[in-house]
Design a protein around this ligand. Structure first.
Ligand code: PLP
Length: 482
């Protein structure tokens, strides 16, 4: 059923009390955050655009901070939650609002560059420098010096040159040896680039000792988008071996960083595997501080992108008849799209996650023939919803056709979905939604071909307990301390 809401009004933000005081401060993290359900905000923005903006069709994100809050709660209530501290991986989504909320919730941060450290330390709710780990094992020398100047001491290394660099520019650093673990079950295999093989660790640790450097422990990363929770068990076991190597050299490690790689679908099992591994190899009484660097898990569900169909055409069956379906294999199998939709964000923009992060994104109609749709998925998805199954079918649209969805640039690599079922009746001007768009999306988007990055509308998420907790957290902050 379609639902046309001609003049939906956004809830008015509070006009008195601390919330308004925050909005007046000059920092993007303190900009306006609405108090409405995510899809209410999407619908009202679409309606508002049509009514007031003469049909402004530009794509936009709605970010629901209650999903970030919920993910932090999920972490803290998990099997490992009372043991493993969060150092949020800033690279994943460095939006000031996300960083501000996380800082208020007491998380720490994993930064990969001088700019990320500066950004975290410039937050209105800036954490102290000891709540940052510089988790990039191969840093430019100038970054090491800058970290020293900013008081950031914890940093990772995985090679001998890095040790010489640190000796020269930050001799007081607290070093963490990033080891190589099995990441073969992960979407993004970080071990191709980083991590010292176990066979090299004794030599590296002896060099660090000879240089008089303070190595405090071990880190690893099982790869981003890890599909197999058991990778963590193996990695924790390897870390234990390197703790023993450290002891032989003369160190007494007290720090273990289990990296990122967590996904919502497998999180329960992962946290149990980590807990069991820690209980076995790093029992609490050993006094080892354990931290992790989750990125995707905390932000993915919080961001939904609304894109507009800017052009469409029927796909042509024969390659001779002109560009039709995106993939030769699909043509050969006779499974090409029947219709091609062109939307106003693409793989050079927010959908770069398709290229860089191996993501499959899932469209659902926000309007059909300019009628707002009430059937919308909830994010984070409930356990019985499998995002790998296409959403329109799940949402009950039976009259569907095979579509390809393309970004706005002039490049044919700019294909968002090659074949996906979408309801019939979509027209130019209709809106398509994309959930789970918070991780590794906007932060790596470009302006290629002159297309602007999609802007963000922020909401606490409405009146749910998590949303109210977010509002209470933001309102309780009484301004920058410095
Ligand atoms: N830590 C480091 C060092 C990383 O390189 C990454 C991602 O690339 C992360 C943490 C975050 O990983 P994820 O988003 O999979 O949790």
């Amino acid at each position: 059923p379609s639902l046309y809401v001609p003049a939906f009004q956004l809830p008015t933000p509070p006009t008195s009390g601390p919330a308004r005081a925050l909005q007046s401060r000059d920092h993007p993290a303190l900009s306006q955050v609405l108090d409405a359900d995510l899809h209410e905000v999407i619908r009202s923005t679409i309606t508002d655009r049509a009514v007031h903006d003469g049909g402004d069709e530009s794509a936009f994100f709605v970010a629901d901070l209650s999903a970030v809050y919920q993910a932090v709660q999920m972490w803290r209530q998990s099997a490992m939650g009372d043991r493993v501290e969060i150092f949020y991986a800033v690279k994943c989504n460095p939006s000031p609002q996300v960083l501000h909320l996380l800082s208020l919730l007491g998380t720490s941060f994993d930064c990969a560059s001088t700019a990320e450290i500066q950004q975290v330390l410039a937050l209105p709710s800036a954490p102290s420098a000891d709540r940052i780990i510089f988790a990039n094992p191969c840093k430019p020398a100038s970054f090491v010096r800058a970290a020293s100047d900013m008081g950031v001491d914890m940093m990772t290394f995985d090679n001998a040159d890095e040790l010489h660099k640190v000796k020269r520019f930050h001799p007081g650093a607290k070093l963490v040896l990033r080891i190589l673990t099995d990441d073969s079950k992960s979407l993004c295999r970080l071990g191709l680039k980083f991590g010292a093989p176990l066979s090299t660790c004794p030599t590296l640790l002896r060099l660090a000792w000879e240089l008089g450097l303070n190595v405090i422990g071990v880190s690893f990363h099982v790869g981003s988008g890890c599909k197999d929770p058991m990778q963590f068990e193996d990695a924790v076991w390897r870390a234990k071996k390197v703790f023993a190597m450290g002891k032989e050299v003369g160190y007494d490690f007290r720090f273990l960083d289990i990296g990122g790689g967590f996904e919502r679908e497998t999180f329960d099992e992962m946290s149990r595997v980590v807990k069991d591994g820690l209980d076995t190899y790093f029992p609490k009484e050993d006094g080892v501080r354990v931290v992790a660097e989750p990125g995707r898990l905390l932000v993915s569900s919080a961001f939904t992108l609304a894109t507009n169909i800017i052009a469409q055409r029927r796909a042509l069956a024969s390659p001779d008849a002109g560009p039709s379906t995106p993939s030769a294999e699909e043509n050969e199998e006779g499974e090409g799209a029947d219709v091609m939709y062109y939307i106003n964000d693409g793989v050079y923009g927010s959908f770069n996650c398709i290229m860089f992060d191996h993501q499959i994104v899932h469209p659902y109609p926000l309007t059909i023939s300019h009628q707002l749709q009430s059937a919308t998925p909830s994010f984070p998805p409930p356990p019985n919803v499998d995002l790998a199954v296409d959403l329109p079918v799940q949402l009950g649209y039976t009259d569907v056709e095979k579509a390809s969805v393309w970004g706005p640039t002039c490049d044919s690599i700019d294909c968002v979905r090659s074949v996906v079922p979408l309801p019939k009746g979509l027209e130019v001007g209709d809106w398509i939604g994309w959930g789970e768009m918070g991780a590794y999306t906007l932060c790596a988007a470009s302006n290629f071909n002159g297309f602007e990055k999609s802007p963000m509308v922020w909401t606490t998420g409405g009146l749910t307990p998590n949303a109210l907790a977010v509002r209470a957290t933001l309102d309780a902050f009484d301004g920058p301390q410095r």
